[in-house]
Design a protein around this ligand. Structure first.
Ligand SMILES: Nc1ncnc2c1ncn2[C@@H]1O[C@H](COP(=O)(O)OP(=O)(O)OP(=O)(O)O)[C@@H](O)[C@H]1O
Ligand SMILES: [Mg+2]
Length: 244
């Protein structure tokens, strides 16, 4: 099922009232890429993720997952094509144990069957890298913030996706926790996982991404490698001047 692009948005637009959250966005992510998306608050980063996975419907334009046009498809069907999403605000079930949270995604539902062995391997990499025990009966709500974020990422991987969209994984994490997150994501990518990640931490972006997409006011402002993007004067003006 390896099409030319793992994920593609073609001329995708969306507005909320008078706010243009996505304006003719064209995004192409190749299988095996680790892409970072950056941009100021309100640029439309989370909206783009919501459009790609179907939580929000595009008003115009088309979305493809492995060359399947999924524009009208519901999120659960898109998940079956191999795409997983973590939310900007951590989503694990706080009242359930770590074990039960990890048991929620059901890889057997996926039509993306050829990925199962690799999916299981990637889940193992995440659990080991994040120090999570899949038989742990601790209530997720008792975990420290960073472990809850790591659990949310691991939950997505427990569905054996081939592509994941991760929205601000290191928000609120210490330097050490951020570095650990970076390492695990790099390792997962080395094991074939396609990763699109929204992140404000430029240290993180510089250490993981080959290609960076800059969003501004719902539009793709610039795309390039880390060096090109960080050296661009206009990007500095709209974003980097404010980023940490
Ligand atoms: N469900 C919604 N209803 C109304 N407006 C929305 C909705 N979702 C997003 N918006 C608006 O669309 C714009 C883009 O929001 P979005 O959350 O995608 O930005 P973002 O780049 O993820 O920002 P941040 O860095 O703060 O997470 C903002 O102006 C936001 O207020
Ligand atoms: Mg956001």
């Amino acid at each position: 099922m390896n099409g030319k692009f793992a994920l593609e948005a073609r001329n995708v637009s969306k507005h909320f009232g008078g706010v243009i959250a996505a304006s003719e966005v064209n995004l192409q992510v190749s299988p095996g890429e680790l892409r970072c998306i950056i941009g100021p608050n309100g640029a439309g980063k989370s909206t783009l993720f919501a459009l790609l996975c179907g939580i929000q419907r595009a008003e115009s334009g088309d979305i493809f997952i492995h060359e399947h046009n999924v524009t009208q498809m519901q999120p659960f069907k898109r998940i079956r094509l191999g795409v997983g999403l973590t939310f900007q605000t951590t989503r694990a079930f706080q009242d359930l144990s770590v074990r039960r949270n990890l048991a929620i995604p059901n890889p057997n539902l996926a039509v993306y069957k050829e990925g199962h062995q690799r999916g299981a391997k990637r889940l193992q990499i995440a659990l080991e890298g994040f120090g999570l025990d899949p038989s742990d009966d601790t209530r997720a709500g008792e975990l420290p913030h960073h472990k809850l974020q790591w659990l949310a990422i691991s939950m997505v991987l427990a569905g054996y996706p081939d592509t994941v969209l991760i929205d601000e994984p290191t928000a609120g994490m210490s330097r050490d926790e951020t570095d650990r997150t970076t390492e695990v994501l790099k390792q997962l990518n080395a094991h074939g996982l396609t990763i699109v990640v929204v992140e404000h931490d430029m240290h993180f972006v510089k250490s993981v991404a080959e290609k960076v997409t800059v969003l501004h006011q719902g539009r793709i402002f610039m795309e390039g490698n880390v060096a090109e993007v960080t050296a661009n004067e206009d990007v500095k003006k709209i974003y980097l001047g404010h980023a940490h």
